[in-house]
Ligand binder design. Structure first.
Ligand code: ADP
Ligand code: MG
Length: 342
């Protein structure tokens, strides 16, 4: 075959393979966009585990009529324009790929209104050759993105989708992770018309505790050590279960770097090392930890799904996290805590 440039739709579908693994990855990308747009309230509606419908509605900055079609094209982003921007990313998104990828493998509708516009506009893309129709619509300030019939035109991908229950479980986990990343945002999740989660916004310690309890269970927050340590531009804060409150499963392990949820080897290694030999056999540590550092000290452009990072001073980061946690654990009571009387 002769060398040829791929048609736009095919190029997007190939990129979608990296970004859009399953309904939960669509949910993650869309919510990240809402957060980047400054939303303080995000409503998520799911039907049939996301295979039939994923609808995310936010009250963020919206998208102007003239930019609707652009938002759906590949490498179109309002978040970076120079290499310097890329080297100090503050937003969750920056690849300009999510909407293009999603719209190449689903029927996507984007409805939005900016504060400057008097009416809302809607754009539709149906996995076609990126031909986008724009028409008037009704919507308050913000944006709603509707994704129907995910993978309708990519049967191979569709085959990989699991049962409705399994796919919804993955979506729910994304919501929990994001719920823990932004205490200041109202988040509501519905499945097949039924409300499944509602997290209310609030940054007071008691409100944070309440949300952590809602996500991780009341037992976790009751026993957890509160962590907060700052040193040389690094800050680590959050909650760490003492060994006496170790869990049978590794289901409460949440780490964030500059507000971005992570599955990072270096962080996990430092945490495991801090627990050392203290965890009873066949048990797992439990933690919700936020690591913050200057954006120029970390490279987020490592993985298409953005859940790995590279630290410029990885040794220092590792040792800092290890030391803070090891010290906290040293001071922890060794016997199971008495249930506190409220
Ligand atoms: P990225 O997030 O990497 O910039 P996306 O494909 O996810 O790329 O989104 C493309 C652009 O569309 C964003 O840069 C942003 O300007 C706009 N956008 C997407 N979703 C929203 C939203 N919910 N509210 C406002 N603008 C949005
Ligand atoms: Mg994005």
């Amino acid at each position: 075959m002769a060398i040829q440039i791929l048609p736009a739709r095919l190029a997007n579908q190939i990129a979608a393979g990296e970004v859009v693994e399953r309904p939960a990855s669509v949910v993650k990308e869309l919510i990240e966009n809402s957060l980047d747009a400054g939303a303080t309230r995000i409503d998520i509606d799911i039907e049939k585990g996301g295979a039939k419908l994923i609808r995310i509605r936010d009250n963020g900055s919206g998208i102007g009529k003239d930019e609707l079609a652009l938002a759906l094209s590949r490498h179109a982003t309002s978040k970076v324009s120079t290499l310097e921007d890329l080297e100090r990313i503050m937003s969750l998104g920056f690849r300009g790929e999510a909407l293009a990828s999603i719209s190449s493998v689903a029927r996507l509708t984007l409805t939005a209104k900016t504060p400057e516009q008097s009416e809302a506009w809607q754009a539709m893309a149906e996995g076609r050759d990126m031909e986008v129709k724009v028409m008037p619509a009704s919507h308050p300030k913000g944006a709603t993105i509707e994704v129907r019939d995910l993978f309708f035109n990519t049967p191979a991908r569709r085959k990989f989708m699991r049962t409705e229950k399994t796919e919804f479980g993955h979506i729910d986990e994304v919501i929990r992770r994001i719920g823990l990343s932004r205490f200041d945002v109202d988040i509501m999740l519905r499945h097949n018309g039924k409300q499944v989660r509602q997290y209310r916004a609030g940054n007071l310690p008691s409100q944070q505790d309440k949300r952590v309890a809602a996500v991780c269970g009341p037992a976790f927050i009751q026993s957890a050590l509160k962590i907060d340590c700052e040193h040389h531009g690094f800050r680590l804060w959050g909650w760490l279960a003492p060994p006496s409150a170790a869990r049978a499963q590794n289901d409460v392990q949440y780490t964030y770097v500059n507000g971005r949820m992570m599955r990072d080897k270096l962080l996990n290694h430092a945490i495991r090392q801090a627990y050392g030999e203290q965890l009873p056999p066949d048990t797992h540590g439990a933690f919700v930890l936020y690591f913050e550092l200057d954006a120029t000290e970390v490279d987020v452009n490592v993985h298409p799904a953005k859940h790995e990072v590279r630290f410029h001073q990885s040794r220092l980061v590792h040792d800092f996290i290890y030391q803070v946690l090891a010290q906290a654990l040293e001071q922890a009571p060794t016997a199971p805590a008495e249930p506190s009387v409220v």
